[in-house]
Structures are given as structure tokens and as C-alpha cells.
Design a binder for this molecule. Structure first.
Ligand SMILES: Nc1ncnc2c1ncn2[C@@H]1O[C@H](COP(=O)(O)OP(=O)(O)O)[C@@H](O)[C@H]1O
Ligand SMILES: [Mg+2]
Length: 281
């Protein structure tokens, strides 16, 4: 068995120690400088993330954020020979995107979807109450487990004073609030990610899960997002002049989210308030 492994020996050992014998590693994703494996052994199941090149610093920062936040599912991490690794307990359950799948197919499962959206708001509220922001909320970054929602991919999680790294671009471009897009366009660091900017991404995440499309209607604004660089797209978003998609497959829910996407940051609800409002839809 001399196949070179992209998994550092220390990460392999920690994973084996945590999951037990009969370890099986299955690759889940491999993109933008980091790869995630699902690791299963006789003692348990874990997620192993390994970052290399540009991904090494980012993965190391994620491990540090999980440790700083004392996140329950954090197991360990390290840096070795230019690679960084992060071991977490495998979170069993669908992502918010997956919970909303029946809603997108034929409008079914709305009650469960609403409760999940409210739970997601609760998880974000919990993070905000500690003085942190996730800074990369998106439909796949909330996992709905039997015991509640866990936020994953905290690579860009931030609080004032925390090392943000040089590459922070605001998280998922399509879910950038206009004011955060504007802040990134200036190039000034650190980029202050306010809870209000995160609420925009939170509402945009729920909107996307419910409708299947990102909130902004680029086409009507004459923008081809596929032909634009992320930087160009951020400049457009920063104008605040791209309309929100006109489709209303779930008006009652979208009526709650729309003002969050359109109003001034100062008028946006807190995550807790948004969760309460969604609970009453
Ligand atoms: N602790 C975990 N439990 C369950 N699934 C996970 C866990 N960590 C990562 N994943 C899975 O791996 C995917 C990629 O992880 P993520 O941290 O978002 O990495 P990336 O930086 O590539 O986006 C997630 O969308 C999820 O499906
Ligand atoms: Mg991710």
C-alpha cells in the first residue's frame, strides 16, 4: 500500500483515534484548496477537512474559530508541512437546502421548512450573542440535527479583533448585502461584518432555499453573473439597485424576507426577531 495520501499522517492518526478501527474515508467535497472526507469507524463518524495552499490558512482559521467558540462538534486540528486539518464530529441531518427540497418541488413540507428556518435563525442568534458572525451563511451551511441546528464551514467566522486573513471576500457573493459588498469593493481590511449584514445573508439563504434561485434578479438589471467576475458582481450589488426576483412561490414567507433584503441595514431585524416572525408565518 504505497499510494500517496493527501491526508497528513497526523490527521490520519487523529481520525483513526477518534473513529476507531475499520476506518473508511469517503471524499465528500474537494474545492478551493480544501477537501472534506466522511470518516467512519467502529467508534463513530467524523468529518475531516484538509486545506492546502491558500486553503491551509483558511482551514487553520476555521479550526481556531471552532476552538474559540467551544463548538460541541469540534474534535481537533493541526498544521503540518503546509497543510492544515480539522476534525469534527459528523453532523447527521439535512442541510437547510435539503429540508426545503419538497417545498421547491411542489410546495409540500412547509411546516417543517418554516420550523427549520426559525431554528437556523436561532443558531445564528446564538453566534451573534457571543459577539461573532459566521460571515459565510448559505443554504448548505446549516445542518439540522436531531438536537438542533449546527452551523458549519466557519472558515470566515469573525469577531472584532479576530484574524480575518487577507482573502476574505464577504462569503457567498450572491448573498452579500449591498453595504458589505461596498465595504469589500474598497479593499480596506479588516472588513467589518455586522450582524445586520449577516441577517441579509440569513434572509437570502432562506429565500434561496424556498425559491431555488438567488434573491437578486441580475437579468432584469442587465447583468450576466456568469460573465462577471466576483469583483464586478460585488460592484453591482454594492449599488443596491439590482431588483429582487419577482417570483412568489411562497408569498407569506417571502413577505417576511423581502423587507430584510430591501430595507436599510438599520431596519433589519435581529436573527432572533426574524426567527420569531418566521415561527408565526
Ligand atoms: N461536521 C460535518 N458534518 C456533516 N457534514 C459535513 C461536516 N463538515 C462538512 N460536511 C459536509 O462537507 C461539505 C463541505 O464542507 P464545508 O465545510 O462547507 O467545506 P467547503 O469549504 O468546501 O465549502 C458540507 O456541505 C457538508 O456536506
Ligand atoms: Mg462550504
Amino acid at each position: 500500500m504505497s499510494t500517496p495520501s493527501p491526508i497528513p499522517a497526523a490527521a490520519q492518526a487523529a481520525t483513526a483515534e477518534h473513529c476507531g478501527h475499520g476506518l473508511v474515508l469517503t471524499k465528500v467535497t474537494d474545492r478551493r484548496g480544501s477537501a472534506v472526507w466522511k470518516a467512519t469507524g467502529h467508534k463513530g463518524t467524523a468529518a475531516l477537512k484538509v486545506g492546502r495552499g491558500d486553503g491551509a490558512d483558511i482551514t487553520a482559521r476555521e479550526a481556531a474559530a471552532l476552538a474559540a467558540l467551544k463548538t460541541d462538534y469540534f474534535v481537533g486540528g493541526g498544521v503540518t508541512h503546509g497543510a492544515a486539518w480539522l476534525l469534527t464530529d459528523w453532523l447527521e441531518g439535512p442541510s437547510t437546502w435539503e429540508v426545503f427540497a419538497p417545498v421547491r418541488t411542489d410546495g409540500a413540507g412547509r411546516e417543517r421548512a418554516l420550523a427549520s428556518a426559525a431554528d437556523l435563525c436561532g443558531a445564528v442568534a446564538g453566534l451573534h450573542s457571543k459577539g461573532w458572525v459566521h460571515a459565510d451563511l448559505q443554504p448548505s451551511h446549516g445542518i439540522h440535527t436531531a438536537t438542533g441546528v449546527e452551523l458549519i464551514d466557519l472558515a470566515w467566522a469573525w469577531r472584532p479583533g479576530w484574524d480575518q486573513g487577507d482573502d476574505f471576500n464577504g462569503g457567498m457573493t450572491h448573498l452579500l448585502s449591498p453595504e458589505l459588498a461596498a465595504a469589500i469593493v474598497t479593499g480596506d481590511k479588516p472588513v467589518v461584518v455586522t450582524p445586520a449584514a449577516e441577517i441579509y445573508a440569513l434572509a437570502g439563504t432562506i429565500w434561496t432555499c424556498a425559491t431555488g434561485t438567488w434573491p437578486l434578479d441580475y437579468k432584469t438589471a442587465g447583468i450576466d453573473p456568469k460573465a462577471s467576475t466576483p469583483h464586478e458582481l460585488r460592484r453591482h450589488i454594492a449599488t443596491g439597485r439590482i431588483p429582487v426576483q419577482a417570483g412568489r412561490p411562497w408569498p407569506d414567507l417571502q413577505d417576511v424576507l423581502l423587507p430584510v433584503l430591501l430595507d436599510d441595514p438599520t431596519n433589519r431585524p435581529t436573527a432572533e426577531e426574524l426567527g420569531t416572525t418566521l415561527g408565526g408565518v
